[in-house]
Design a protein around this ligand. Structure first.
Ligand code: 1AE
Length: 410
């Protein structure tokens, strides 16, 4: 008996017979036609036929135009597609994604399908292990203003970020191969700054260098970066495709954590009517493809994702999934220290607090920007309101951050 991958869709239509629609999807995306087939051929094709598992119609009384929808679940036999994410996505949402108001909400892949995916090589615990930090949220900072700057500028910026007590530093996702800061030189320069800062802070640090270039050169670029000392990679997954991440994360020579950046995701998840849900796009599929850390917007920062959707991304990264390691959730964009209590309330301690402008924009400088976050994290873990903690001696960095950006209560 073959396994099945189950797709859940939300389909909007003011008049459609959703049961008929579900059947036409199940048949249309598998055997193509059914009723016209001779009986002998039906028996032969049965194992390839998609099955409608459920259709729940939401039709409120006095529904305004555009409000009527159905949640439809369809099971697709594994036998129809090869065990890779491109084949799965084209099967369940290829042509269908362009056919009216329909959104792919979730995918439950079979055990057989999942067995082709080792998932994150390090995952949440592995990243903690590399850093030796197990008892608090991690802090990541993002290089800013790096396009057009040279190695000396990068070295200085890296050092200041590291001095602030961050655990990870990531390249800006818009930093590509360029003559001023070429990949290997960039890694050597930043890792040297990391060593220097470590002597002062006593902290370990991961530098996620942006892995870029034509797809055919990515694995070789990753190896070059690692040979130059890189201890993590940043990857713009959606511009390349999940299968590229899967190839990189399954490569035994690429033995460093990979952070998945969500660039382009806004073209796919925000509409209620079209695209792919955030939890699938930025959660489950990133993890299946092997992301050790997954970045996504938060409910509180400058790029806002509704809270329920946001927590669904977190759950997709952390909850049991075919024995795969959990990926570290990294809610990002417009994060400042005054948001730390909300982040920890909603995400717990297994979260990476990530900021660019919220660190570099600190009135006392970049290093103080990192310190302010660390102070906010420590105070929140101790159950102390930030307004109180900021008045304590030694917490001037936190006080300045709160003065600039305030504290968000809820
Ligand atoms: C959702 C990704 C956020 C990101 O990559 C980035 O660069 C954020 O910068 P800030 O923290 O908004 O300045």
């Amino acid at each position: 008996m073959t396994g099945m991958c189950i797709a859940t869709y939300r389909s909007f239509d003011d008049k459609a017979d959703f049961h008929k629609k579900a059947l036409s999807i199940a048949v249309g995306l598998t055997v193509g036609s059914w009723t016209e087939l001779p009986e002998a051929q039906k028996a032969e094709m049965e194992k390839h036929l998609g099955k409608v598992l459920s259709v729940h119609v939401h039709e409120p009384d006095n529904a305004a135009p555009g409000e009527r929808y159905a949640d439809i679940r369809i099971a697709y036999p594994d036998i129809n597609f090869s065990r890779d994410i491109p084949a799965l996505l084209v099967t369940v949402f290829g042509k269908l994604s362009m056919d009216g108001r329909i959104k792919l909400i979730d995918l439950d892949v079979s055990e057989t399908f999942a067995s082709a995916f080792p998932g994150p090589k390090f995952g949440l615990e592995g990243v903690r292990g590399l850093l030796g930090v197990h008892d608090r949220p991690l802090l990541m900072s993002i290089f800013k203003s790096v396009v057009g700057h040279d190695l000396a500028g990068l070295r200085e910026q890296f050092y200041k970020q590291a001095l602030g007590g961050v655990d990870l530093i990531k390249d800006d996702e818009i930093l590509f191969e360029n003559p001023l800061t070429p990949l290997e030189k960039r890694v050597e320069t930043c890792m040297e700054a990391a060593r220097k800062a470590s002597e002062e802070t006593g902290q370990k640090l991961l530098y996620a260098v942006n892995l870029t270039g034509p797809t055919s050169q990515l694995a070789s670029n990753a190896r070059k970066a690692i040979a130059a000392g890189a201890n993590a990679l940043l990857f713009n997954v959606l511009s390349y495709g999940y299968d590229v991440l899967h190839e990189l994360s399954s490569d035994p020579a690429i033995n460093v954590p990979i952070a998945a950046h969500p660039a382009l995701a806004g073209a796919m998840y925000p509409s209620p009517h079209y695209g792919i849900s955030a939890s699938l796009l930025l959660g489950k599929l990133m993890r299946l493809a092997g992301a050790d850390l997954a970045l996504f917007p938060s409910p509180y920062g400058s790029v806002v994702m509704p809270k329920a959707e946001n927590l669904a991304v977190k759950d997709a990264l952390l909850q049991p999934l075919h024995g795969l390691k959990p990926s570290f959730p990294v809610p990002s964009a417009g994060i400042h220290p005054g948001l730390v209590p909300l982040i920890l309330r909603d995400f717990g301690t297994d979260v990476v607090v990530n900021a660019g402008g919220g660190i570099h924009g600190h009135a006392m400088g970049t290093a103080a920007g990192g310190q302010a976050f660390r102070q906010a994290i420590d105070a929140t873990l101790a159950g102390k309101p930030l307004s109180e903690a900021a008045n304590e001696p030694g917490r001037e960095a936190l006080a300045a951050a709160i003065k600039a950006w305030g504290i968000r209560e809820a």
